[in-house]
Design a protein around this ligand. Sequence first.
Ligand code: AMP
Length: 273
Amino acid sequence: MQEHADKQRQSGKTITFVPTMGFFHDGHLSLMQKGRKMGDELVLSIFVNPAQFGPNEDLDTYPKNLERDLELAEQQGVDIVYTPDTELLYPEGYQTFVSLETLPNFLCGISRPLFFRGVTTVVTKLLNIVKPHAAVLGEKDFQQLAIVKQMVKDLNFDVEIISVPTVREPDGLAMSSRNSYLTPEQRPCALTLYQSLCRARDLIEEGTTRAAEILESAARLVTSYPETEIDYIAVSDPVTLVDIETIDNPVLMAMAVKVGSTRLIDNMILTPQ
Ligand code: AMP
């Protein structure tokens, strides 16, 4: 992969990169479509990164369908799908990790303490292997996007990070590979995330400025559904991720909710009048 990237760069070609864990949905396809429009060569990776899963998380059961993914990637005009084995990226004796000081200490990082260290480590490795000019990431994983942008800036990575808006099901549920875990009974409960975000947007449009009011309303909505458990609901500064009390500028509303044993996340930027 590195030799190939060198050749492409030497011949003046630009490389765009879409990192994924596979089991594609329209969100992934939208990243590929964005990437296809950008550079000469579009490289996609499929790698379920063990370093970003906690001991009791779904590493072993994470959904896979490589054959279908390859077909979809081909249809989107992807040039190369890079699917390294775990032993190739983390051989015996592996010992280097990349972690940020502050941004991982909020939101998802609280209940998943090693998650972002795993993400930033694998993204660093993949950027060094694929050597792209630009990488495309989804706003669905807002904190991950913020962390990768910060890392790229802090460590002088010579790559541009491009983001793509969240792609949703017709009823509003943010597309996620993990939606496949939901039972038919749980599927309506999963909508509570998007509904809470929309209700918050409405409250802000009506003039609410107290974050506490928005958080209470969201918590009430989520807990009105069966099988739901709130991990966090936060109204935060979209740059620092620090909690906000009074909404007088655009804020990030982000949430993680377990529906049964499936942990779902979603977010929205809320802009006061
Ligand atoms: P994953 O395979 O879940 O690790 O996601 C790979 C990339 O796709 C990440 O940059 C995600 O933010 C992005 N992504 C996942 N779901 C969506 C979605 N519903 N809309 C847009 N991008 C998404």
